[in-house]
Design a binder for this molecule. Structure first.
Ligand code: ADP
Ligand code: MG
Length: 631
């Protein structure tokens, strides 16, 4: 008989065969991986005990041999000597074209304009942001697999709430390249709220204030019946800890009368100064007394620079930056039509919220002490880990239901350049919505489908996402075909559109991976425009609809004339031609919907007797050759 195996205490494999599922915060500055162990979410350290992995990849020339790249702290350490090949802040390029990246010229490496997505020039060749992110993700995957000595089942990866389809898809692509099964992408603020257990808290509205290295994000979340909804997002994609470093550096240089010198410093010296500024800034966060200062000397190619700054001066030098974050908070609240008094809790996220100046400003603004007991740079990864644990089925008791919303409406173009909205903005995802459409002309055998995103009524004012065609529709009279268009948005916010002709079952579909992303400013502008132009849009829509009706009337008359024109006398026919010409003229020149409708009515009236004659002929044909008795 085989012996039963017993393992060492604490080493026993879980009786339920736990699957290794982790949460990954793929950050602009730092990335982290976390997992739930023994019921508690915790960040996984590297072999030197460090939790944070700098989101930095340095590429080496192929002649240097070896793996050709260095990731994390080692990459960052080389930034001073090799800024052009040390890629940092790559998240800002994910799913974006070069022109869409804010302050792209300030990045220390060369960003190239490529169709689809910007890329980066390195000594090891051109790299896409997806490839660079995959290096970071793979490093975290190996860390998790080493920790658990098991293969990774899957990961929940976090993305900013404002990330659009292209940016989310790029993140998924990077994960796939790193060999990671993505259980789900979730929004960073939602993850932070989960880490604080707010999903178990009382229903209400919460603010998540996230000040990272290069970005500021404010999100307003609403929790009702255990479901989180993002009700508003805002922020500044070019404002973060780096700007505090820069402000500190400028202050120190001005103090020494060397302000101008900063512009002429070599890239290496500048990188050294920036890193020193960051260290001094971070040390200042622990300083208690206002007049206490932090000092550091930096060796440069041209001599030495001395940093010496006290807490009060730092607060003053960076006050405008903190004020800018609060302006964005006010705007987000305004967008959500909420007063700050309804905010039930404020979550601080991001390493930069360690700065006392920031904490104090946020506390004062909201009139309440923000939640800070979790590490602000870990909280997103911790929330993602909790979510991953549940999605992997490790926590069957968990009943967390996560809902995210789509930021802009999705629809398709209909006749006359109008938008028919199929998925309204703020719909919770995942979702699938369908609507039936029909053909416009007699005998039409193909349908051009144009998928658009935006809040405006006219296609020209929305953003084009994709075009595709449904072919092979059997020829039918206009309006007889039934084509069902279905929009499906998965849990990660990715869209696929299908069109199916109901009679024959022929189908066409497209997965929408827009070739470039929208910046958050663009989303904000698009929303803003839709609010201020609603009235004008309604009039424009009415006019376009009236014109489409007019065209349809003319089309129908023409096809009737073609079929049964012989029923008419010359004069009657000429009258009808004149009515059609008049309607065409009004429809193309008038900007008044009512006028166009009236002209359409005139043609409708003018063709009434012709329609009656056609009906009689139709009946006569149907009856011909039949006896009354057989009917
Ligand atoms: P991201 O989300 O952009 O990856 P993080 O949340 O990791 O960024 O935040 C990185 C920023 O936090 C950096 O600018 C860093 O200098 C800053 N930071 C980290 N610790 C401190 C500290 N103790 N005091 C002030 N700033 C800090
Ligand atoms: Mg972050």
């Amino acid at each position: 008989m085989a012996l039963l195996q017993i393992s060492e205490p604490g080493q026993s494999p879980d009786p339920h065969q736990r699957r290794v599922a982790v949460g990954i915060d793929l950050g602009t500055t730092h990335s982290l991986v976390a997992a739930v162990r023994n019921g508690v979410a915790e960040c996984l350290p590297d072999d030197q005990g460090r939790h944070l992995l700098p989101s930095a990849v340095r590429y080496l020339s192929s002649s240097s041999g070896g793996a050709g790249r260095v990731i994390g702290f080692d990459a960052l350490a080389a930034q001073v000597q090799d800024p052009a090949n040390t890629l940092v802040s790559i998240k800002r390029l994910m799913g974006r074209q070069r022109a869409d990246v804010v302050q792209v010229d300030q990045l220390p490496y060369t960003v190239l304009d490529r169709p689809g997505m910007a890329t980066v020039q390195t000594v090891a060749g051109e790299k896409t942001p997806v490839e660079v992110s995959a290096e970071i993700l793979a490093t975290l995957r190996f860390r998790a697999e080493d920790t658990f000595d098991d293969e990774l089942f899957g990961a929940v990866i976090t993305v900013p709430a404002y990330f659009d389809d292209a940016q989310r898809q790029a993140t998924k692509d990077a994960a796939q390249l790193a060999g990671i099964n993505v259980l789900r992408l979730i929004n960073e603020p939602t993850a932070a709220a989960i880490a604080y257990g707010l999903d178990n808290a009382s229903e209400g509205t919460y603010a998540v204030y996230d000040l990272g290295g290069g970005t500021f994000d404010i999100s307003i979340l609403k929790l009702s019946q255990g479901v989180f909804e993002v009700v508003a997002t805002g922020g500044d994609s070019a404002l973060g800890g780096d700007d505090y470093d820069r402000a500190l550096l400028q202050w120190v240089m001005a103090q020494q009368g060397r302000a101008a010198w900063l512009d002429t410093a070599s890239p290496t010296d500048r990188a050294a100064l920036q890193q020193a500024a960051k260290r001094v800034k971070e040390r200042l966060s622990d300083v208690k007394d206002d007049s206490e200062s932090v000092a550091e000397n930096v060796i440069l190619s041209s001599g030495e620079a001395c940093f010496d700054i006290n807490k009060r001066d730092f607060a003053q030098a960076t006050q405008p930056l903190t004020a800018r974050t609060l302006t964005a908070v006010r705007k987000a609240l305004r967008d959500a039509k909420l007063g700050k008094d309804v905010i039930q809790g404020v979550v601080l996220v991001g390493g930069s919220t360690r700065m006392p100046v920031v904490r104090e400003a946020v506390a004062e603004f909201f009139g309440q002490t923000p939640l800070t007991n979790l590490n602000p740079d870990e909280v997103v990864a911790l929330g993602a880990a909790i979510q991953a644990n549940q999605l992997a089925g490790n926590n069957p008791d968990g009943d967390l239901l996560l809902l995210d919303v789509i930021p802009l409406s999705l629809g398709i173009e209909t006749m006359g350049g109008l938008v028919e909205r199929i998925v309204p903005r703020n719909s919770t995802i995942p979702t699938a919505l369908a609507q039936d459409f029909t053909t416009y002309k007699d005998g039409q055998t193909a349908l051009a489908l144009h998928v658009v995103q935006g809040e405006r009524d006219l296609v020209a004012d929305c953003r084009s996402l994709a075009r595709f065609e449904l072919r092979g529709i059997p020829p039918m009279a206009a309006g007889a075909a039934r084509i069902r268009v279905t929009f499906t948005i998965d849990a990660d916010g990715l869209l696929s559109v299908a069109a199916k002709e109901q009679g024959t079952g022929i189908e066409a579909r497209i997965d929408v991976k827009p070739s470039y992303g929208l910046s958050d400013e663009q989303i904000a502008t698009m929303l803003q425009e839709s609010f201020t132009t609603a009235q004008a849009d309604m009039q424009a829509r009415a006019l376009v609809e009236a014109r489409v009706d007019a065209d349809r009337m003319v089309e129908a008359t023409l096809s009737a004339l073609k079929a049964d024109g012989d029923l008419l006398g010359e004069q009657e026919r000429a009258d009808m031609e004149a009515l059609m010409a008049a309607l065409r003229h009004t429809a193309s020149t008038s900007t008044d919907a009512a006028e166009v409708e009236a002209a359409t009515q005139v043609l409708a009236k003018g063709t009434e007797s012709f329609a009656a004659m056609r009906m009689n002929r139709g009946i006569a044909r149907a009856l011909s050759g039949k006896h009354i008795e057989t009917m």
